[in-house]
Design a protein around this ligand. Structure first.
Ligand code: GDP
Ligand code: MG
Length: 457
């Protein structure tokens, strides 16, 4: 999905003239990308309508509105915002409170990753100072309690279950009562699934729900279920009125569009993504960073966290970088330093996706190929003069009298020659840098993401 959307949006960057025909073609590509990744048809066409409605004004009248660069910005922002809306129902999920027995119940079909996710959640909350526990109320699947016992033991989390009791409602009630008495702050109830959506399963969910009265019910959804996500999530919503969604197996080849449809169908926020089989493979979800990552615009939040880790090595320099990033003043030189830092950190594929503007290209191919591409980026910047490195890239552009960029300067071919790369590669690097700078600026704004992110615990 990301690649296709990214390609569509960068084709907009290359078009000199932006008219309604260009807009139509672009929206068609965006919709095709969404459909291909299993986003529901209705949602895709709604997105198209909404973007069209939002940008209509720029095609009317002349003056400032009619400038192509301005049109590009308006269109890009409208598409970005509408994509964010797809995964953001505008509802705050439940947040566990300290000193209170927060009961969380996980529901979902068999194999979706409930048991794994329950342990990941327990680990997540335990790390944040909540005394956490798991109750295994799955009596349907043979070996379910063993699975919980093993993973909870590995995670050093308290657990409860039974080899003999066959009534899941009784086990759930007993387990929750026991952990409440022992002053646990997070009590996660793992339930059974079935291969299909069956009435018995839904009845069981209702009964367990009324026995343990969860503060939050979470639907665990496999990212790869595609178009089935809508019907499945609707069915669970009716019986187990869940207030949050966790999408698992995002590390696989899943297209993930189904999960987007589930959010829209049930107006329920995604709170985490499962990204692997290990206990720590759980990423907090927030709409804007998710979409910007999808579009190859990097994960500013991830980058900030990563920079915080680096801060322990060189605190002053990193503080300065964070500030610059926040203010949208990161120069090419600063950006290069970030790339170099990342290169010193090991597997490119895991980390590259955090650097705005880098992900789409670097994630292609093997880690070695990715490393090579990063090295070429460094070669390019090595051939830049001091003034060029300290600039925001505008030295490489030629502007018309009205401030409109009309081309590239001789500097680009000089850098290409000097670094043994091509004009195209230098252009690409500049383009990626600009994307990064723009995103970072948005991130730092008063109502920007950084502020929003700081609110997320
Ligand atoms: P349940 O039947 O819903 O309880 O599902 P399980 O927790 O038993 O998981 C089913 C399978 O999916 C197991 O093999 C898990 O290791 C795997 N799994 C769960 N979450 C993830 C994830 O985020 N990524 C990957 N790659 N595998 C996962
Ligand atoms: Mg299970």
């Amino acid at each position: 999905l990301g690649r296709k959307l990214n390609a569509a949006l960068s084709s907009l960057n290359r078009t000199p003239v932006v008219d309604e025909k260009v807009l139509d073609a672009l929206l068609k590509e965006v919709c095709a990308a969404l459909l291909e990744s299993d986003v529901n048809v209705k949602l895709a066409s709604q997105l198209r309508q909404k973007v069209r409605g939002k940008v209509k004004a720029i095609f009317e009248g002349g003056g400032e509105k009619a400038r192509d660069a301005n049109r590009k910005n308006v269109i890009q922002k409208a598409i970005f915002d509408e994509l964010v809306n797809l995964v953001d129902p505008g509802i705050e999920p439940y947040k566990p409170k300290k000193g209170y027995p927060n009961v969380i119940m996980a529901v979902g079909l068999q194999g979706n990753g409930k048991t794994t996710t329950c342990t990941k959640l327990a680990v997540h909350y335990q790390k944040r100072g909540f005394k956490s526990s798991i109750v295994c109320a799955d009596t349907f699947r043979a070996g379910a309690f063993d699975q919980t016992r093993q993973s909870a033991t590995k995670a050093k989390v308290a657990y409860f279950g039974s080899y003999t009791e066959t009534d899941p409602v009784a086990i759930a009630a007993q387990g929750v009562a026991k952990f409440k008495k022992e002053k646990f702050e997070v009590i996660i109830v793992d339930t059974s699934g079935r291969h299909k959506q069956e009435s018995e399963l839904f009845e069981e969910m209702v009964q367990i729900g009324s026995a343990v009265k969860p503060d939050m019910t979470v639907l665990v959804l496999d990212a790869s279920i595609g178009q089935a996500a809508e019907a499945q999530s609707r069915a669970f919503k009716e019986s187990a009125d869940f207030g949050a969604i966790i999408v698992t197996k995002m590390d696989g080849h899943a297209k993930g569009g189904g999960a987007i449809s589930a959010v829209a169908a049930t107006k329920t926020p995604i709170i985490f993504l499962g990204t692997g089989e290990h206990l720590t493979d759980l990423d907090r979800f927030s709409p804007q960073p998710f979409i910007s990552k999808l579009l190859g615009l990097g994960d500013v939040q991830g980058l900030m966290e990563h920079m915080q880790d680096l801060a322990t090595q060189n605190p002053d320099r990193q503080k300065e970088m964070a500030k610059k990033l926040e203010e949208g003043k990161l120069s090419i030189r600063d950006w290069r330093e970030q790339i170099q830092n990342v290169m010193n950190l090991g597997p490119i594929s895991k980390i590259a996706s955090m650097i705005p503007g880098l992900s789409q290209d670097l994630l292609q191919g093997s880690d070695e190929e990715g490393a090579l591409r990063m090295k070429r980026m460094i070669y390019i910047t090595d051939s830049m003069s001091s003034a060029e490195l300290d600039s925001d890239g505008s030295l490489f552009m030629e502007f018309a009298k009205d401030g409109k960029p009309i081309g590239l300067t001789w500097r680009v071919s000089r850098v290409a020659r000097g670094s043994g790369t091509t004009v195209r590669e230098v252009e690409e690097l500049l383009c990626q840098y600009r994307m990064m700078a723009n995103m970072a600026k948005q991130a730092g704004g008063k109502n920007g993401w950084l502020q929003a992110m700081q609110k997320i615990q």
